[in-house]
Ligand binder design. Structure first.
Ligand code: C5P
Length: 398
């Protein structure tokens, strides 16, 4: 899997003759499985049509900051958050000046100010404009602020001059962008994580569920993405923001979670089951809201849910399988029996009898139970622990 697969790439196109090469760049990003959105400045639109870029990116092109219709679809702040990487290609002298000056006078500069994602520019301009001390000063400012500058190349220019200022080739821009995406032990690995509770419907307004917050699974997804993995997070109903660089699939019931997990794990290298899946669901879901009757007791017949992690572990070409065991006693013994019974490679066991760790808490303390032994990890915040767990898990891939 390519490092850019499933990544959210925002391509900014400003007004230079090299804008036509942005079409090829868009195609290249799509070719490696990235999700692409294009932001075109007014000057950019003089060189290339939004229709071309819409067809190539598969998404509507964003052109204006204060367009109520576009804001309804994906507002500018949402777009800034959506991006895992912003690449401005071509970046004109004017764009560099406006960005270096902290301007937010169009959609693209606004997004660049509002995003947390890495930003890269592929400058393209006449050689004299590139050499101009003001452009060079803007370049210095941008570099000192952590903006990545790819190129420019040197050679014959559209205006007939020869010198520095040519936009580098789209293939080189793609490769440089790939290097900016999180780099770590899980590079090019695909990780599927289930998280949160499931909801099992009783009738249209009621359900059976549990108190799982989804925090551990979300932290693991974030840590895996930071380690360079391509992460699909299958989340039950939780109120947590999607971690940066993670593809999220929302589900409600265990059956929906299984379906999503089967699809996502086809290409996966690692599967982590952090979800607190409801063991049982109502056998019959009432079509209408169940009315309160005269009886003092009512019965709901439950049927067993599929075991998601055991189902995936039983597939012929299965990923490395990691499960959780939340126990109130006999921690290691129960975790080991889960390891064997569900056909897993590692079980992360935690004691949920203590209120300050595990279920719905911010901290956790776990014991890793593998086929050849146990390794306790000390109590830590879920985010720190997630990083340690991802580091252990990546070693199992070697
Ligand atoms: O059997 P138990 O629920 O204790 O097992 C916990 C592990 O199994 C967790 O990794 C959980 O995500 C997974 N699991 C599952 N499907 C179920 C029940 C549990 O994937 N139906």
């Amino acid at each position: 899997m390519h490092r850019l697969t499933n990544r959210h790439i925002l391509i900014g196109i400003t007004g230079g003759i090299a804008a036509y090469k942005a079409a090829e760049l868009t195609r290249l990003f799509k070719g490696v499985g990235a999700e692409v959105r294009v932001v075109l400045t007014d000057a950019g639109a003089e060189f290339i049509t939004p229709l071309t870029l819409q067809a190539l990116s598969g998404n509507p092109v964003h052109q204006s900051l204060l367009d109520p219709e576009a804001e309804q679809g994906m507002g500018h702040i949402e777009l800034a958050r959506w991006a895992d990487l912003i690449i401005v290609a071509p970046a004109t002298a004017d764009f560099m000046a406006r960005f270096a000056g902290g301007m937010a006078n169009d959609l693209l500069t606004t997004l660049c100010l509002a995003t947390d994602a890495p930003i890269a520019l592929a400058p393209a301009m006449n050689q004299a404009m590139w050499r101009d001390p003001r452009t060079q000063q803007n370049l210095e400012t941008l570099l000192s602020q952590g903006v990545n500058i790819f190129g420019p190349g040197s050679g014959e220019q559209a205006c007939g001059d020869t010198g520095p200022g040519r936009m580098i080739d789209p293939t080189d821009i793609l490769a440089s962008c790939a290097n900016l995406i999180a780099n770590g032990p899980l590079n090019e690995k695909s990780v599927v994580i289930t998280a949160g509770p499931t909801r099992e419907a009783i009738d249209p307004v009621r359900f059976i569920s549990n108190h799982s917050s989804g925090k551990m699974g979300f932290e693991l997804a974030s840590a895996a993405a930071k380690a360079g993995a391509n992460v699909t997070l299958i989340a039950g109903p939780v109120s947590l923001p999607t971690p940066k660089g993670v593809r999220r699939v929302d589900v409600e019931s265990a059956e929906q979670m299984l379906e999503a997990a089967l699809v996502a794990s086809e290409q996966a290298d690692i599967f982590i089951g952090a979800a607190a899946v409801a063991d049982y669901r109502p056998q019959l879901v009432a079509e209408q809201k169940i009315k309160k009757g005269a009886e003092e007791v009512m019965e709901i017949l439950l049927t067993k849910n599929p075991d998601i992690i055991a189902t995936i572990a039983g597939q012929p070409e299965r990923p490395l399988m990691i499960g959780f065991a939340a126990e109130t006693e006999n921690l290691v013994e129960y975790a080991r029996s889960k390891l064997v019974r569900k056909g897993l490679d590692l079980v992360i066991a935690n004691d949920v009898s203590q209120a300050d760790i595990g279920f719905n808490a911010d901290q956790n303390e776990v014991i890793l139970v593998g086929p050849n032994g146990e390794l306790p990890l000390p109590k830590a915040g879920k985010s720190e622990l997630a990083e340690q767990l991802i580091s252990h898990i990546s070693q199992l891939m070697d």
